[in-house]
Design a protein around this ligand. Structure first.
Ligand SMILES: *[C@@H]1O[C@H](CO)[C@@H](O)[C@H](O)[C@H]1NC(C)=O
Length: 166
């Protein structure tokens, strides 16, 4: 019994933070800023990029664009308690009439820790479960993640699907 408890404590486990359902332990849902520009992608018939809902984690994602003419920066915030973090999105390529460049900065606990840029190619392929940021080893603690869209020079699109933390 003693060994069983030790083994249980020592075994890292993954948990998910879905864009809509939130953290599978705490129920906390990510914050979308400004909330008015973020679409629940699966409920957005007017959105140019239409991923296959059945291929998205929990069949949901959040979408927004940010470009040079937009005043308010777009971001997503969430917190977790763990030792690793992986952020996943959906990536688009050529979609007629739409800007599908993805260009984001990742901020962890107030520090810029990474960026993700995808320049669309000439295919119509959508890619699911694309790792936007991963950090396999961070101190066991409460952590805060901010995903910022970079749109100063070219419009950036983000389709955020879910995060996994350990
Ligand atoms: C958690 O998920 C990440 C990303 O999918 C994976 O690389 C890692 O091995 C998983 N860790 C555990 C403990 O399952």
């Amino acid at each position: 019994m003693f060994y069983f408890i030790l083994a249980t404590l020592a075994t890292p486990r993954n948990h998910t933070i879905d864009d809509t359902i939130g953290d599978d332990i705490t129920g906390d849902v990510p914050t979308y800023t400004p909330s008015s520009v973020w679409n629940a992608g699966q409920d957005c018939p007017s959105c140019s990029v239409q991923p296959d809902q059945s291929l998205a984690f929990d069949q949901t994602w959040h979408a927004a664009t940010y470009g040079p003419s937009d005043n308010t920066p777009r971001s997503i915030d969430f917190s977790f308690n763990g030792t690793a973090i992986y952020v996943f999105g959906i990536i688009a390529n050529k979609v007629s009439g739409a800007t599908t460049l993805t260009n984001i900065t990742v901020v962890l606990d107030g520090k810029r820790v990474g960026s993700f840029v995808h320049t669309p190619d000439n295919t119509n392929t959508l890619k699911y479960n694309v790792l936007l940021y991963g950090s396999p080893s961070i101190p066991r603690n409460n952590h805060h993640v901010t995903l910022q869209l970079n749109g100063a020079t070219s419009t950036s699109l983000l389709l955020f699907d879910y995060a996994i933390y350990t």
